[in-house]
Design a protein around this ligand. Structure first.
Ligand code: TXA
Ligand code: MG
Length: 363
C-alpha cells in the first residue's frame, strides 16, 4: 500500500479531522478492511457518542487504532512504546505477530493497562488494538497522536461500509459527520481478531483476511480456533459483536444454497414467488433459471476467488438490498480456511436478514 496520502484527502482535511477528534467529535475514516467511526479513545464522552450513534450496546468493546511508527525498516520499529499506554504485558509472542502483520488487518486482544477507559473495553480487563494499513488512517492517527476507537461505521447489526458514500447513507440525516474519503476498502471484511490475553496460545475470535495458516507460516505461531481450546471463557460472550448470530445483515431475506441445490432452496420459500436474486460463482455456467415458470429470477455473477469475494461482499449485499428483491440466494462458500472470513459474515448476515430483523434480540 502506498505511503503517501492519496490526493483524495489533503493534509488540511486530515488536520481538521484530527482537531475534530481532539474536540471530542466523531470522524469516519477508511481502513484497508472497512470504514471506521472514530473517536478519541481517552475521551469518555466521545466514546459514548459512538455507542449512541451506532445504536450499539455499551458492553460491546471497541478496537483502539494506533499509528505505526514512521520507519522504513519494520524490524527497527519500537512497538512497545506505541503500546505501553494501552497494554499491561507485551509478550515476545505478541511482538513477533506485530512485526509480521502490522500495520495491517490483524487485531490483537491484550490485558489492558489500568488507564484504559472501561467505556472502551465494555468493562472487561482486556483491550483490542490494531494498527491499520490504510494511508489515510495512518495519516490521521499520526496527526492525532493518540489512540482512536473505531467500530465499523454502520448502524449496529447492519452491513459494514466499504466506501465513503456507504458511510454517508448509514448515518443520513442523523448526524453531521465528518467523513474522510479513501476510496474503496481493499480487504472488504473486518480484521482478524486474536486473543492474546490468556498468556497461552493465541485464540481466533473473528476470522478475517489473515488466516491461522498464514500466521503459522510467517511466525511459527499456532492459533487456536474456538472450540479447540477449552480455556476460552465462553461465559463472557459476547466479547465480539461479530459473534452474535445476527450481524452484517441486509433488510432483504438472504439465504445460502448448497452447490447444485438452488431449485430446492427456491422451493423452500413457497411464499416468495416474486423477485429472487441468485448469486452464482463466476467459475460456473449459468443455472438457466431465467425460464423458471413462477419466479422472476436474475443471476448475479460473484467471484470464486476468496479475496475478491471478500472485497465485493458488502458492496454486493448493499446493492442487492437496494434493488428491491424479495429474496437473495448466495452459494455456500467451499470448505477451506481462506473462506472462513466470508463464510462467517454470510452466515450471520443470513441469520439477521429480513425486514423485521433486529440483531439486538438475537445472540
Ligand atoms: O477491521 C476492523 O477491525 C474494523 C476497522 C474499522 O478497524 N473495526 C471493527 O470494529 O470491525 P467493530 O467494533 O465493528 O468490531 C470490533 C470487534 C467487536 O466484535 C468487539 O466485540 C471486538 O472487536 N473486541 C473489541 N475489544 C475486545 C476485547 N477486549 N476482547 C474481545 N473482543 C473485543
Ligand atoms: Mg462492526
Amino acid at each position: 500500500m502506498p505511503n503517501n496520502i492519496p490526493s483524495l484527502q489533503s493534509s488540511a482535511v486530515i488536520s481538521e479531522a484530527a482537531q475534530t477528534l481532539r474536540d471530542g467529535g466523531l470522524v469516519a475514516f477508511p481502513t484497508e478492511t472497512v470504514y471506521g467511526l472514530g473517536a478519541d479513545a481517552k475521551n469518555p464522552e466521545a466514546v459514548k457518542k459512538i455507542f449512541s450513534t451506532k445504536g450499539r450496546p455499551s458492553n460491546h468493546p471497541l478496537i483502539v487504532h494506533v499509528a505505526a511508527p514512521d520507519r522504513f525498516d519494520q524490524a527497527e520499529v519500537d512497538w512497545s512504546a506505541v503500546l505501553s499506554p494501552w497494554v499491561r504485558d507485551l509478550s515476545e509472542q505478541a511482538l513477533v505477530l506485530i512485526h509480521a502483520f502490522w500495520p495491517g488487518p490483524l487485531t490483537l486482544v491484550f490485558k489492558k493497562d489500568k488507564s484504559v477507559l472501561s467505556e472502551v473495553t465494555g468493562g472487561q480487563d482486556t483491550v483490542a488494538i490494531r494498527a491499520p494499513a490504510h494511508p489515510i488512517a495512518q495519516a490521521l492517527l499520526r496527526k492525532f497522536k493518540g489512540g482512536v476507537v473505531a467500530p465499523s461505521a454502520n448502524r449496529f447489526g447492519k452491513i459494514s461500509p466499504t466506501n465513503a458514500a456507504d458511510v454517508r447513507s448509514e448515518f443520513e440525516g442523523a448526524l453531521d459527520l465528518m467523513i474522510l474519503d479513501g476510496g474503496v476498502c481493499e480487504v472488504g471484511i473486518e480484521s482478524t481478531i486474536l486473543d492474546l490475553s490468556s498468556g497461552g496460545a493465541p485464540a481466533l475470535l473473528r476470522p478475517g483476511a489473515i488466516t491461522p495458516s498464514e500466521i503459522l507460516a510467517k511466525t511459527g505461531i499456532e492459533v487456536f480456533r474456538p472450540g479447540e481450546q477449552n480455556t476460552i471463557d465462553q461465559k463472557s460472550l459476547p466479547r465480539v459483536s461479530g459473534s452474535l448470530r445476527a450481524h452484517y445483515a441486509p433488510n432483504t431475506p438472504l439465504r445460502m444454497y448448497s452447490s447444485g441445490q438452488v431449485l430446492d432452496a427456491l422451493t423452500e420459500f413457497p411464499d416468495i414467488k416474486s423477485r429472487v436474486a441468485v448469486a452464482v460463482w463466476d467459475s460456473e455456467s449459468s443455472l438457466g433459471l431465467e425460464d423458471h415458470p413462477s419466479i422472476d429470477v436474475e443471476e448475479i455473477s460473484i467471484s470464486s476467488n476468496p479475496r475478491h469475494f471478500a472485497n465485493r461482499l458488502y458492496r454486493t449485499l448493499r446493492d442487492l438490498d437496494e434493488q428491491g428483491w424479495d429474496l437473495i440466494l448466495v452459494p455456500e462458500p467451499p470448505p477451506g480456511e481462506e473462506w472462513d472470513g466470508v463464510r462467517d459474515r454470510l452466515q450471520r448476515a443470513c441469520f439477521g436478514s429480513g425486514p423485521s430483523s433486529s440483531s439486538q434480540d438475537n445472540s
